[in-house]
Design a protein around this ligand. Structure first.
Ligand code: NDP
Ligand code: GDR
Length: 341
């Protein structure tokens, strides 16, 4: 029988790549969708025709229990979150509820449906759980590169909520013997990345300028450094973690760091443009507290899981710029996500 996976966050960037990867591995894939008329569901139906959908919301415990009961998954991937860091200052409580407490609700749904109690741990045939932890938990870093042992000092309500989910996942593993793991993933991008994140904002901005649809691109802090990889590579790591013999947490990143300025230079160069003629620095886009430097040490994932990234920073940036040039030249609307082809 095919293994069955339930993915929260199926309408997001990672949900789509993970679903495609699991389908290619022979899985039966279910996606949790929320809302009465979620505008992103039609594109999931179009792109991921073999994925089955089940209703549920990370804010609603009962809906998650019903979803787990209905799907009877072998594996649950919790990718759902409010994931845009600036929004977490504007809606801090909602971020805590969705990105933090949502993890508790998914774990509880699994625990209740599996009949696990503190005195009666999990049994064979247990549901395996993956939590989408984030390098944002490191925040103000005290050592670089960051490993699984680097202490957390989150710098946003989002990072704090992720740290809660991370420790809770560890706690359910230790309290109930559940196969529950976290992947501490560094930034990963693709032509399906939301337009609010800096890589996609830049690739779309470059495409608009190249096609004469805009003259400038307004950006915030150009000095922040991130370890940017390709989303398709990173979802493979999620699956590897749940396929491992033992439940363990892993850092996933490329091990190379670049500044936003270097990202901008590479993206404009990919379209034969001079970035200094178009980029406007806008301090209103700076964050109340910034994460200055992130760089992964993915040694554990490489040695224990055999995971390797396959796409370089330069290839990733060029691919995103090319995809947005094609999308806009064809009259596509990035807000409608017609780049999801
Ligand atoms: P996206 O922002 O693209 O997707 C977020 C998903 O969360 C959407 O499918 C959204 O669905 C869903 N969601 C939001 N609120 C709720 C809710 N109340 N109930 C159920 N689902 C909800 O994120 P990514 O795909 O980029 O990231 C996936 C996960 O990995 C996130 O948890 C993110 O925080 C984490 N992460 C991402 C990294 C990255 O670089 N991409 C790095 C490290 C961690 P809807 O259509 O309903 O809004
Ligand atoms: P991040 O990604 O906050 O790292 O979180 P984002 O792309 O939003 O920002 C990266 C860096 O770029 C700087 N920056 C700008 N960012 C945005 N969005 N818009 C701008 O105009 C701009 N100008 C400069 C930011 O200050 C920041 O330093 C992402 C999300 O996917 C999280 O969910 C995930 O957990 C982390 O990556 C790892």
């Amino acid at each position: 029988m095919a293994r069955r996976a339930l993915i929260t966050g199926i309408t997001g960037q990672d949900g789509s790549y993970l679903a495609e990867h699991l389908l290619s591995e022979g899985y039966e894939v279910w996606g949790l969708v929320r809302g009465q008329a979620n505008p992103r569901v039609p594109r999931v139906r179009r792109l991921l025709q073999d994925v089955r959908l089940v209703r549920g919301d990370l804010l609603d415990q009962g809906s998650l229990i019903s979803a787990v009961e209905k799907v009877q998954p072998d594996e649950v991937y919790n990718l759902g979150a409010i994931s845009f860091v600036p929004m977490s200052w504007e809606q801090a409580e909602l971020t805590a509820e969705v990105t933090g407490m949502g993890v508790l609700r998914v774990l509880e749904a699994i625990r209740v449906c599996s009949g696990i109690t503190a005195s009666r741990g999990s049994s064979a045939g247990q549901i395996r759980f993956y939590q989408a932890s984030s390098s944002e938990m490191f925040g103000q870093v005290r050592e670089t590169p960051q490993t699984e042992r680097t202490p957390f000092h989150p710098r946003s309500p989002y990072g704090v909520a992720k740290a809660y989910g991370h420790f809770l996942t560890q706690n359910y593993r230790e309290s109930y013997g559940m196969f529950a793991v976290s992947g501490i993933l560094f930034n990963h991008e693709s032509p399906r990345r939301g337009a609010e994140f800096v890589t996609r904002k830049v690739s779309l901005g470059v495409a608009r300028i190249k096609l004469g649809m805009a003259a400038e691109l307004r950006l915030g802090n150009l000095e922040a450094r991130r370890d940017w990889g390709y989303a398709g590579d990173f979802v493979r790591a999620m699956h590897m973690m749940l396929s491992a013999a033992d439940p363990e947490d892993y850092v996933i990143g490329t091990g190379r760091t670049h500044s936003v300025r270097e990202l901008v230079e590479a993206a404009f160069a990919a379209a034969d443009l001079d970035w200094e003629r178009h980029v406007v620095c806008d301090t209103s886009l700076h964050r109340p507290a910034e994460v200055d430097l992130l760089c992964a040490d993915p040694k554990k994932a490489r040695t224990q899981l055999g995971w390797e990234p396959t796409v370089s920073f330069e290839e990733l940036v060029a691919t995103m710029v090319e995809a947005d040039l094609r999308l806009l030249a064809d009259g596509g609307d990035p807000e409608q996500d017609s780049s999801w082809t």
